[in-house]
Ligand binder design. Structure first.
Ligand SMILES: Cc1cc2nc3c(=O)[nH]c(=O)nc-3n(C[C@H](O)[C@H](O)[C@H](O)COP(=O)(O)OP(=O)(O)OC[C@H]3O[C@@H](n4cnc5c(N)ncnc54)[C@H](O)[C@@H]3O)c2cc1C
Length: 461
């Protein structure tokens, strides 16, 4: 192991590799309930060439390698199941290009959401990218490796992977490949019209290669922002209400949530609608059209808009939304994990009732909600459970609740997203055998020695 350590240090420099116990400890876990596993080395590369050399070395020596961004996925996907190297990508954080004329950016995979957001705000204020509600240190690479979504997913084309215009990836062989228009011409504007190989690396949890560069769509950033909050007690009317609002095409982001705290919110279904515009006149029209779309509900007194005081609006207009981050530590002790399940909008009432049943059975605190994706093609429905990491009983209960939630999500026709290895097993059990066979063959081809984030997306024996 000393020889390997020296070889890694020769590639990245001795400051950027570690096998010190305290560092291995930190990289062996995340905030969720998954059991910790120690890596053998933590490595921070600074360039695609360094990633290539590290991966080639790992492949030759058959050392597992786990790419890591912000390690904020919460479901243990950066925990090295079979030891080996955790490849922390955060030094690869350069913003390489912002093409104002063609509305795309090219970034290194370790660029954080917060960095790109701040950079655009300062240098290209007319443009923005879609921001997840994760803490800003989450990376662009980590987010697309799991099919993330964010504040423009409702209005601007769906999952963040659908906003990717090109990739550079280091394969297990150590070879670097470019995918999309950048493979053929020196511009990163589109994955079409050539065969779309980028899908071999998005949603795969780092099991097929290390993403090193990403082309990303940018969108206009209007000057004015506003937010509305609609409230009803009837969960069965939620699908209809949501589609009335979606179909106006006036809202940027639409999120449904229920909040048992403060107590006077319990039992109410809330819908947060973010609206942007370039002028007061446009804003007025957008707000009015949204209000009109749900007029019947307001007139029947079944539902209505909550007046929002200005201080609350300030809190609610921004991206990322901090509510979930703030909620994450309500139990104190730093434990937090959620099942996000991708499902049709019409499943919300059933998903909500299932969540209430599971949380009341286990007597645990929760937050539930859903973000609209792709103008209503689906939602990301989250069941968030905070816990105290110092309380092993509490961890056990939450782990059980998460497992049951994954099962329930599948039962009602959804698919757990960014799910733990046990949740991946549930998906694979239900998957068409031909699809799983194809996934396995692709992996064998791309990673014959099985070094890339092993344990993920494979049937456990
Ligand atoms: C409070 C809170 C709110 C959240 N809200 C959202 C939200 O609104 N939308 C959303 O999408 N997510 C959300 N998340 C989940 C998660 O934090 C984000 O998706 C985040 O962007 C993941 O990025 P990361 O850099 O932390 O990835 P990591 O956790 O580091 O990695 C995730 C996966 O990607 C792989 N990976 C990482 N980097 C690479 C790479 N360069 N190449 C190949 N594979 C790689 C890892 O091996 C792992 O399997 C939230 C999390 C929290 C804590």
């Amino acid at each position: 192991m000393d020889t390997i350590y020296k070889k890694i240090a020769d590639i990245v420099g001795s400051n950027y590799v570690s096998n010190a116990a305290e560092e291995l400890y930190i990289y062996s876990r995340d905030q969720g309930v998954q059991p910790a596993r120690l890596p053998d080395y933590v490595v921070m590369p600074n360039s695609t060439e360094e990633v290539q050399k590290i991966v080639a070395l790992a492949n030759k020596e058959k050392i597992p390698i786990v790419p890591m961004g912000g390690a904020l996925v919460l479901s243990g996907l950066t925990i090295p199941q079979r030891g080996g190297i955790v490849l922390d990508m955060k030094r690869m954080n350069r913003i390489l290009e912002v093409n104002e004329k063609s509305h795309y950016a090219v970034v290194e995979a370790g660029t954080s959401q917060g960095m790109l957001q701040a950079y655009l705000k300062k240098h290209h204020p007319k443009l923005k990218h879609s921001v997840p509600d994760a803490p800003p240190v989450a990376t662009i690479g980590g987010n697309i490796a799991i099919h993330g979504s964010g504040h423009l997913s409702q209005s601007e084309g769906g999952f963040h992977t659908e906003m990717v215009t090109g990739l550079e990836v280091v394969l297990a062989s150590g070879e670097a490949v470019k995918l999309g228009s950048c493979s053929t011409v020196p511009k990163w504007f589109s994955r079409a019209p050539i065969p779309d190989l980028a899908g071999l690396f998005m949603g795969w949890n780092g099991t097929t290669g290390v993403i090193t560069k990403i082309g990303l769509k940018l969108f206009p950033s209007p000057k004015l922002k506003d937010v509305m909050m609609f409230m009803t007690e009837d969960v069965d009317s939620i699908t209809d209400i949501l589609f009335r609002i979606i179909d106006t095409e006036m809202a940027e982001d639409i999120a449904f949530f229920v909040s048992p705290k403060p107590a006077y919110f319990e039992g109410y279904q809330l819908i947060m609608i973010s609206v942007v515009a370039n002028s007061e006149k446009e804003m007025k029209l957008r707000l009015e059209l949204i209000r009109e779309s749900v007029r019947e509900y307001i007139d029947s007194k079944e539902a209505g808009f909550l007046p929002l005081p200005p201080y609350m609006k300030v809190k609610l207009v921004g991206a990322p939304q901090k509510n979930l981050s703030e909620f994450a530590d309500v139990m104190k002790g730093g434990g937090f994990e959620y099942v996000g399940a991708i499902m049709p909008v019409e499943s919300i009432p059933e998903a909500y009732r299932a969540g209430l049943e599971i949380t009341s059975k286990h007597d645990i605190t929760y937050s539930m909600g859903a973000r609209i994706v792709g103008r209503g093609s689906c939602v990301m429905f989250y069941y968030a459970y905070p816990f105290n990491r110092a309380d092993s009983k509490n961890i056990e209960t939450v782990a059980k609740a998460l497992e049951e939630t994954n099962e329930k999500a599948l039962e009602i026709g959804g698919i757990p997203w960014k799910t733990e290895i046990s949740g991946q097993q549930l998906i694979l059990e239900r998957m068409e055998p031909g699809t799983y066979k194809m996934m396995t063959e692709i992996r064998k081809l791309l990673d014959p020695n099985g070094i890339m984030n092993p344990g993920n997306w494979e049937v456990q024996s």
